[in-house]
Design a protein around this ligand. Structure first.
Ligand code: DGT
Ligand code: MG
Length: 607
């Protein structure tokens, strides 16, 4: 009965195979369990009932072999006849116990299922909302894949694995201790005899486990290589095709796949040894018990029924003993998963608004950087002591080689990253003193790589200002020069966009982003590389839309193509995190410095 119970668990949890897979050890099991309890404690009452059910069904389990032994003794009472009345009673009792136990196990599973799903639900929710509160620094240092796997795999593992393996551990302990007590009660000598096999099993599993551990490690590594290869080729499918690398990629895959298959086979074979060998040993154990019991019974020391009970008990004793290690490993890896999840929950969140934070309202758009230095990573300064001042409504162009720090300046201004050294002022007030929500509303940002959400075009423009009416949306699209192409789409403004807007061209996506900004009417406009990579007609359109947008608005413009920034009020040449030249187009040209060189290399007609 006890075994059936165990084998109902999902494959990964029971059985010897899992025991051999290398186990991740939690760093601080006790602490993590304590934190997990925070999630489980709302289910305290249900958990208590489940534990009671486990104990009761464990105890019921223990009565069965005893009764079987009694039944056997009623068949062979040594008096030459069978005591049918008593036998019938015992059989009825046994059947009721089995039925009751099945019911208890069902109840147990039922409650655990609900309980663990509720816990998973809560953990998932706390991670997701945590992710929204983390600063961008966090996302720079964690890959999407890693975060996805924490949100899905690790979280699922936590509750299901942990609650089930804890229950299994409990029922194993009840079984082991109970069986041992019953065995000693029935016959201390036979108990000693039947325990002979325990060290044998231990040595055997240890030996095989050591071998398979290595193989499973190799298997995981091979799987890692294969996955990496798949990711790379699917992600870079465009490049694969352009460079005609299909055949090469397939060859590589075949090679990796072969390696994986070979270690996989080895690992499975070796881990497959364990079960049959274990059976041999336990059957050997039964044989010894049977022979020894037979001798004792012939000598009249014990009854045949005791032998029957004893064999059942020794089974109930060794089976959970073998599984204890694997259950414990499962529990450990679940807890290690929980640790990874908690690591995210412990990450530093974006700074909260200060108590006396003010709302950024009616911003005129004066911007000042005062001795700003910044680094994304310790020891790698990106901006060094940057200072400049922009009058409201002016247009500032940032130029300079790639990696110079242009985007970084903008990232600091919008508050995506916070400066540690120096100050950034908007309308004379340090941006840290503004309420974050209100600060973000000051800016309208158009990037080269525009991300659109899945949803209709209308909804995407509406992100600019959520209370905008349909008319206002249309007007914004007109100003942005997007209305024409939107009307030509089969569903117009209700056209669905998929996967970040992949069903539109880059230029079209940008026009929508501009419409979004038009609708938002921001005080400060930020255009990062907004006019590269598109055809001249669309570029012209975008240029026109931009000019309208820029009227009377402080604008930061980053562009590699200098033709677009000639009219800027101020041009700053950034190099290696410093402003090396500052002035308008004419002034900078007459300086004959870096800007002059950049400009003359792009255009022959110096104007
Ligand atoms: P671009 O867009 O290629 O013309 O270059 P910029 O001038 O916009 O360069 P920027 O500000 O993106 O990068 C300046 C330096 O900072 C460069 O060495 C790369 C580094 N950096 C930029 N973003 C990150 C980031 O998110 N994390 C880290 N660790 N470093 C970053
Ligand atoms: Mg950039």
């Amino acid at each position: 009965m006890g075994h059936k119970h165990n084998s109902k668990r999902p494959a990964g949890i029971s059985g010897g195979r899992r025991a051999i897979v290398p186990v991740e050890k939690p760093k601080d099991m006790k602490h993590t369990l304590k934190r997990l309890w925070e999630y489980f404690k709302y289910e305290k009452f249900k958990l208590f009932i489940v534990f009671m059910l486990v104990i009761v069904s464990g105890l019921l389990n223990l009565t069965a072999p005893f009764l079987i032994g009694k039944a056997v003794d009623f068949i062979f009472p040594g008096k030459g006849f069978v005591e049918f009345v008593k036998l019938k009673k015992i059989i009825i009792l046994l059947i009721s116990i089995y039925m009751l136990n099945s019911l208890l196990i069902f109840l147990q599973e039922y409650m655990v299922a609900g309980l663990s799903q509720r816990v998973v639900y809560n953990i998932r929710e706390s991670i997701f909302s945590k992710l929204q509160k983390l600063s961008l620094v966090f996302f720079d240092t964690h890959t999407h894949g890693e975060l996805m796997s924490r949100l899905t795999n690790d979280v699922d593992n936590i509750s299901v694995t942990i609650s089930q393996s804890i229950i299994q551990l409990m029922s194993s302990v009840v079984n082991i201790v109970g069986s041992l007590i019953m065995m000693i009660y029935l016959s201390p000598i036979m108990t000693v005899v039947s325990l002979i096999t325990v060290p044998m099993v231990y040595v055997l599993t240890k030996t095989i486990a050591n071998k398979t551990k290595i193989l499973f490690k190799e298997q995981q590594d091979a799987l890692g290589v294969l996955n990496g290869h798949i990711e790379e080729t699917i992600g870079g499918i465009y490049e694969v095709k352009i460079f005609n690398k299909e055949d090469k990629v397939i060859d590589e895959f075949i090679q990796n796949n072969k390696v994986l298959k070979e270690v996989g086979v080895q690992a499975q074979i070796w881990s497959g040894f364990i079960m049959p060998l274990m059976n041999v040993i336990s059957n050997f154990g039964f044989t010894v018990v049977a022979i020894f019991g037979g001798i004792l019974s012939v000598k009249g020391k014990i009854s045949v029924g005791v032998i029957a009970s004893f064999i059942s008990y020794s089974k109930q004793f060794t089976k959970p003993l073998n599984e204890l290690a694997s259950t414990f490993n499962t529990l450990q890896s679940g807890i290690a998963g929980a640790e990874r999840v908690f690591e995210i929950l412990d990450e530093q969140e974006e700074r909260k608004d200060f108590e006396d934070a003010i709302a950024a309202k009616d911003i005129k758009g004066e911007v000042e950087f005062k001795n700003v230095s910044f680094q994304y990573e310790e020891g790698k300064p990106v901006l060094k002591n940057i200072s400049f001042k922009v009058k409201p409504g002016d247009t500032v162009a940032l130029v300079g080689p790639t990696g110079a720090g242009k985007t970084t300046i903008v990232n600091l201004l919008t508050g995506f990253y916070e400066v540690e050294k120096g100050e950034i002022l908007i309308d004379g007030i340090n941006i840290k003193k503004y309420k974050k929500d209100s600060l973000r509303e000051i800016f309208g940002i158009v990037l080269q790589d525009t991300y659109l959400f899945s949803g209709t075009i209308k909804e995407n423009i509406k992100y600019g200002r959520l209370d905008a009416t349909d008319d206002e949306i249309k007007r914004a699209a007109k100003i942005a020069g997007a209305d024409d192409f939107i009307n030509r789409l089969s569903h117009g403004y209700n056209t669905m966009l998929y996967e970040g807007g992949m069903n539109l061209s880059e230029g079209q996506r940008q026009l929508i982003a501009i419409a979004r900004v038009v609708l938002a009417e921001p005080s400060i406009l930020i255009l990062d590389e907004a006019t590269s990579n598109i055809d001249t007609r669309t570029e012209f359109k975008i240029q026109k839309a931009m000019e309208k947008l820029m009227e009377n608005r402080t604008t930061f413009m980053i562009a590699h193509r200098l033709s677009t920034i000639r009219d800027a009020d101020m041009i700053m040449v950034i190099d290696k995190g410093q402003i090396i030249e500052k002035g308008n187009h004419k002034e900078l040209l007459s300086q004959k410095g870096i800007y002059y060189n950049l400009y003359t290399s792009q255009f022959v007609d110096v104007g």
